[in-house]
Design a protein around this ligand. Structure first.
Ligand SMILES: [Zn+2]
Length: 358
């Protein structure tokens, strides 16, 4: 039988307010675009569902006037039409700058491979980014900007960010019932933090999500494969070297920019790169003024290439660029899905045609 706490109204207002505050989501991802527009490989339809759930006002806005007022101390509903900073594909969205991480999955160049009838997605990202608790972009975007062999325009765009979460993979979808979602405790106190960003080195938290996937409804094979491959040496290498690799590529982009102006004003540019220390496959030593000519590894070609490259952290120019570089934090995105996506799409023959209705 449900227990009812009848004395709640007798509590002092400040205590009631603290309780209402505790009921608010602690961290939310505010999708300024649907990830399914970019990540389209999965047959799961839950990314759209979880984004739309996240756009709804928190549950306590619908309990009573007092709870609603507490939620509105920091949050509000933004309406498309009233607010030019709401994308045209969102009718309305709950927004709280104290808890929200503004997410955008766009990658420049996608417009050439998919139809995009809307405004420039970066307009929204850079409107909210300085005001909100955090920002999130897809790794595909960062990786593309950092692997450019010539100075990258998008790298200059990303350098406006101060710190930024980076979504490493396609969202990992866990299929479960609403009850399992709530009881798991992994999606917020009231089960309304539908988009979770997990530090890939947080083994114990990832284990909890893995266990949830194993003990909940039937999963799509890709979900279980994701958790199983997390323990492989390739995944572990990527996770543990991600930050170092990102910084090396970041400094290399800075170096490309400096090269365009012949390193003017930079003392001893030949001392920026310390290695690789061993000669290349052609027996020629590494040339710190032309790192791209090193014949064993290419600065932009392959994941493992950067493990031998090394910049001098004590070089004044490197120090300055490291201090200015945005802080990128890798995250694995995990979302719940209450749909039964493991059923194969149902097909109906209509007049010789097959229409997918699922
Ligand atoms: Zn699904």
């Amino acid at each position: 039988m449900t227990e009812v706490f009848h004395l709640f109204l007798e509590l002092p207002f400040e205590l009631r307010r603290m309780i209402w505050k505790e009921c608010l989501p602690k961290s939310r991802v505010f999708d300024t675009m649907l990830p399914c527009l970019v990540y389209e490989k999965s047959r799961c339809r839950g990314t759209r569902w979880s984004s739309r759930q996240s756009w709804r006002p928190p549950i306590i806005t619908r309990v009573c006037r007092e709870s609603r007022a507490v939620a509105h101390e920091t949050g509000r509903v933004l309406f498309y039409g009233d607010d030019p900073n709401v994308p045209d594909y969102i009718d309305s969205v709950w927004s709280d700058a104290t808890t929200d991480i503004v997410a955008q999955y766009w990658c420049p160049g996608l417009e050439s491979v998919m139809f995009w009838p809307h405004d420039e997605p970066d307009t929204y990202l850079f409107h909210y980014a300085p005001r909100y608790r955090g920002t999130l972009i897809a790794e595909a975007r960062l990786s593309r900007a950092l692997r450019s062999p010539t100075p990258s325009a998008d790298w200059s765009t990303l350098s406006q960010l101060q710190h930024c979460y980076v979504c490493l993979e396609n969202p990992v979808m866990i299929h479960l019932t609403r009850k399992e979602l709530l009881l798991s405790g992994l999606f917020g106190r009231l089960g309304e933090e539908f988009i979770q960003l997990v530090d890939p080195t947080d083994v114990s938290r990832l284990k909890k999500f893995h266990n949830l996937a194993l003990t909940s409804s039937q999963q799509l094979p890709e979900t279980l494969e994701f958790f199983e491959q997390l323990h492989t040496s390739t995944s572990q290498y990527k996770i543990h070297n991600w930050a170092r690799e990102t910084l090396i590529r970041w400094i290399y982009q800075e170096w490309l920019q400096a090269k365009q102006t012949s390193f003017v004003g930079i003392p001893h540019p030949e001392r920026i790169w310390l290695g690789p220390r061993s000669p290349g496959v052609d027996e020629k030593p590494f040339n710190p003024m032309a790192p791209e000519t090193y014949s064993k590894y290419s600065m932009w070609f392959h994941l493992s290439d950067t493990m031998h490259f090394l910049y001098d952290e004590k070089h004044p120019w490197v120090k300055e660029k490291l201090a200015k570089a945005p802080r990128f934090l890798p995250r694995i995105m995990i979302r719940p899905c209450i749909k039964r996506c493991w059923f194969p799409p149902r097909r109906l023959g209509v007049g010789g045609r097959e229409d997918i209705i699922a």
